[in-house]
Ligand binder design. Sequence first.
Ligand SMILES: [Zn+2]
Length: 321
Amino acid sequence: MSFSYEVKEELARLASNPCCQRAELAALVRMAGSIKIAGGPGKATLQVQTEHASTARKVFKLLKKRVKSRVEVATSKNNFFKNHIMYIISVNLEEARDLLKDIGILSENEKRMSLKSSISPMLIKRRCCRRAYLRGAFLGGGSISDPKGPYHMEFVTTGKRHASALSRIISSFGLKAGLMERKNSHMVYLKDGNNIAELLGIMGAHNSLLKFEDIRVMKEMRNSVNRAVNCETANLNKTIEAALRQIKCIKFLKQQKLFDNLPPNLKQVAELRLKFPDLCLKELGQMMSPVLGKSGVSYRLKKIEDIAEKLLSMKGEKQHV
Ligand SMILES: [Zn+2]
């Protein structure tokens, strides 16, 4: 069972407030609905299609409450994925006319009927109804990727105006959604883990939210452990590299019989470095008398390196220290 499916299962089973049901149904019809004109005058139907059984049940219930005529449910096999079943909920368009007007999808004057391309502001005045609209939109045309991978949540709708209205609802909750045009559709999407988690909560998918956050925490912890391990390894490599370089320089100075000319404080550090090649600077400092801090040790070793390097360049040798 995919995470997307789990979220839909949870959302489809939520009972909406009476005021929110219009918004939720409007979103479902807008995302997954179509009008089928066939079978002669008066036979046109409003159809809502979904592959998700619980969503089909929800659409059926919501329509049944508001339409007097029979609400029919049929199933068909998906053309592309033969094992997927498509549920088709349909109702006579004439009978659904008042409902469609009520939920801001149809507008009508004396001359003609037309479909509205955006969301009626009346439907989403209240915060609870905006949440319900998002819930319906997700059930009708949303999906979310498995949180173990990259975060992605999207709503796919046909109209451009509807897509931007949907993204405005999302941003009314302080979240950031992107818009993208696909072949024949428009996509509203979220990529940010925080935003997606919040949106799950806003839609009312609290169990899914908990699961999402659990996986997210695990993932982030694993990342930070990896980072810490890499960082320590990097530091360790750096320390070893530096120690090897220092030892080479000291040995070079000895070779050139210049070591004894060094000031005593440098000599002391150099002798310790040679004796204890794998100690870090702090540990070296603690072995000195008087005890010297890490930066003091680092400064003196750097000085020794400088002297050796200067000498090398004076000698014009290309030997790499
Ligand atoms: Zn409401």
